[in-house]
Ligand binder design. Structure first.
Ligand SMILES: [Fe+2]
Length: 202
């Protein structure tokens, strides 16, 4: 990946090593992160984010799940639904990811760390960890939520089979306003049709 903003390059290089490390434990999360990064960058560009926001978005999207490195294997790799305890543990990955990125103290780290912390917030305030709503969630986090959800449903995981493109879009439309920002979803519906990351399962 190339960043147009050189201030963020050191942060990107440092953090890349961690995502490679995570890939050795959970290769699916690593591949998912690469697709989320590309989908998020397209959506951020279409939305008209400035250079600095785009750089923070690309870093946060690439490493949004890096906090999974702190989740025990029996939960991270469980091929079935989580019980309540496991779910609470798994939810900690957004805050662990925030702490990992912020600890570098590099340029842009604080910005990217905050975006990672909030990648599971929902537009109506029902998400975690802070229950933020609407535009109190940074636009970069709202973008990652959309890209993350699309790819999670479009690709087969150990605990569910891939859905077709129309099925995924139907679910995401139903979740617009609750989970997703309506304005960003309108843009996403346009860009996904010509994206190389659109699932070929029709
Ligand atoms: Fe996540």
């Amino acid at each position: 990946m190339k960043l147009d903003n050189p201030n963020f390059n050191a942060l990107y290089m440092y953090t890349k090593a961690l995502s490679v490390a995570l890939g050795y434990r959970d290769v699916l999360t690593r591949l998912h992160s690469e697709r989320v990064q590309n989908l998020s960058a397209s959506l951020g560009t279409a939305y008209g984010l400035n250079d600095e926001e785009l750089a923070a978005l690309k870093i946060a999207a690439s490493f949004h799940d890096v906090g999974k490195i702190g989740i025990p294997d029996h939960i991270l790799l469980k091929p079935a639904k989580f019980d309540e305890y496991e779910w609470e543990k798994m939810k900690q990955h957004s805050e662990i990811g925030e702490k990992i990125i912020a600890s570098t103290e590099l340029d842009g780290a604080e910005h990217a760390a905050r975006v990672i912390r909030h990648h599971h917030e929902n537009y109506d305030g029902s998400g975690y960890p802070d229950g933020l709503a609407g535009t109190s969630i940074s636009v970069c986090s709202r973008i990652i939520t959309i890209a993350d959800n699309y790819d999670a449903m479009a690709v087969t995981r150990s605990y569910h089979n891939a859905k077709t493109h129309p099925e995924v879009m139907q679910i995401m439309r139903e979740e617009t306003g609750r989970k997703h920002d309506p304005e960003l979803m309108r843009l996403f519906c346009e860009i996904i049709e010509t994206s190389p990351y659109k699932t070929t399962m029709a």
